[in-house]
Write a protein that binds this ligand. Structure first.
Ligand SMILES: Cc1cc2nc3c(=O)[nH]c(=O)nc-3n(C[C@H](O)[C@H](O)[C@H](O)COP(=O)(O)O)c2cc1C
Length: 137
């Protein structure tokens, strides 16, 4: 199996309703069935997501996600073969919010706590997501 890691970010579509609990259930169900794992960070505006798994599976899920009208301005940052998963634990781990602790973590990697993924590198985003993932159970 080719193991692939895909990273993208997007913005919530403010005109459509979004139920994160429901969304997470669907992510978990579909991803588990395809042996895909990852993490989704949502700060109320931006989504940052990492998908890890077989190349065909990650690709299929990403195409579905990219067609979802609940988010817009979807920017694919990277999709590449990797030796191992960074996020093997969750079929989709959700980290929500930008509280004080999360802001401090953000400042480890980025010059200001202005959350602007357009100004960040994929490596810094992965480091940030890895650090906030320690808060997930
Ligand atoms: C920000 C965001 C992240 C999503 N992540 C996933 C995901 O990891 N896996 C998944 O199957 N669907 C994900 N979805 C939902 C898909 O866009 C789509 O609604 C879903 O896969 C349809 O599944 P269903 O046909 O089983 O209802 C995501 C949607 C959004 C808006």
């Amino acid at each position: 199996m080719n193991l692939t890691r895909l990273v993208y970010y997007s913005q919530r579509n403010p005109s459509l309703s979004l139920n994160m609990e429901e969304l997470l259930e669907v992510c978990k169900r579909n991803n588990a069935a395809m042996n895909v794992t990852g993490i989704l960070h949502y700060n109320g505006n931006y989504f940052l997501q990492v998908l890890e798994g077989g190349r065909a599976e990650v690709s299929a899920i990403y195409h579905r996600i990219a067609a979802d009208p609940r988010h817009v301005n979807i920017i694919l940052m990277s999709a590449s073969d990797v030796r191992e998963r960074i996020f093997p634990t969750w079929s989709m781990g959700l980290h929500e919010g930008m509280g004080e602790e999360t802001k401090q973590i953000f400042l480890r990697y980025f010059p200001s706590n202005n959350v602007n993924p357009e100004a960040v590198s994929v490596d810094s985003l992965l480091d940030f997501l890895q650090d906030v993932s320690t808060e997930l159970s």
